[in-house]
Design a protein around this ligand. Sequence first.
Ligand code: GLA
Length: 381
Amino acid sequence: MEFVDRFGSPRPRQFFAPGRVNLMGAHLDYNGGPVMPLAIDRGTFIALRPRADRRVRFASTIAPEAFEADLDHLPTARCGSWADYPLGVLREVLASSDGADVAGLDILFGGNLAVGAGLSSSASICVGTALALSEVWDLDLGTMARVRAALRAEREFVGVRCGIMDPFAIGLAREGSLLWLDCKDESTAHLPLDSGRVSLVVADSGVRRELAAGFFNRRVDECRRAFEILRPGQPDATCLRDILPETLEALRSELGGELERRASHVVGEVARTFEARDALLDGRLGEFGERMSRAHESLRDLFEVSCPELDCLVETAVAQDGVLGGRLTGAGFGGCAVILVRRGAEADAMARVGEVFRARFGRETAVEVYGADSGPREIEP
Ligand code: GLA
């Protein structure tokens, strides 16, 4: 096995953490709104083994750069590679370990999740690392402590001003369920997604942009500025999610074009996400899918985070028989589209999406059915 090839015997312990798709609540988490993510059966594998000294060595089966440091002299600033994510978590876990006498480690990361494709490869590696460290170092960190360590690593060490959705979606995953997460009070519920009736198809646009590159933080900032302008119209509001359609209407002209579009997306998406929850709970999956498609239009026209490749995937998919809805997933600016399809209609819809994409962009797109996952865990080597 690859770990032994790189680091020698004996065999390591192994852990898995899934990625996620989010079906509703796009760009709502950092605005205090509700979101509906689902952990998927693709994710990060982490193999690790304690050492006799205080060295830590990270390697990846996907990226060429490796990382090595001493537990007592860990870098205090990010180095700009994939290793920043597990390093940020390592720093968080050490800080919360009350000076426990822990051993150095050799760690190999791998996985079957498209990286930087809107499937939360970053939270997958972070939550997975928190679990692996907690287990191997015998720290007994609970689920929420691991989720918070992952979140702080990404926000404070890597520097992405992400909301809480991704580590919660992964850390609290339950098989066969969507997570309903209200990001204002952090309340959660597990809502069943009937895999007997529908499948999730994920289509990859092949377009990549690093969240850490700054465009995501720009949207976070635009939402903050829109809220500052709208708040005087509704003094009890604590976040953009609280803003009512009538407040937005009354102050629309003060926002100016760009901020008006951003705020309109958020206000509309909050309403759509509540409607989608009701539809799901009532088994009206067609209406749920329809909200996903409306969300995509809003992400394209108002939040402006789509791209021609994603629009092509979604528009082609939703025109097929048996497709209930589709939208870009994750932050956007490339990455994947998630498509909700009636059971039995997957093959035809997927073939057509691939065909149209190839004709338009001259390359293949990965279009696959994804299953739901039960969350981070140790696995047999
Ligand atoms: C990224 C962020 C999440 C969330 C989504 C958009 O995935 O990490 O916190 O904001 O974008 O819904």
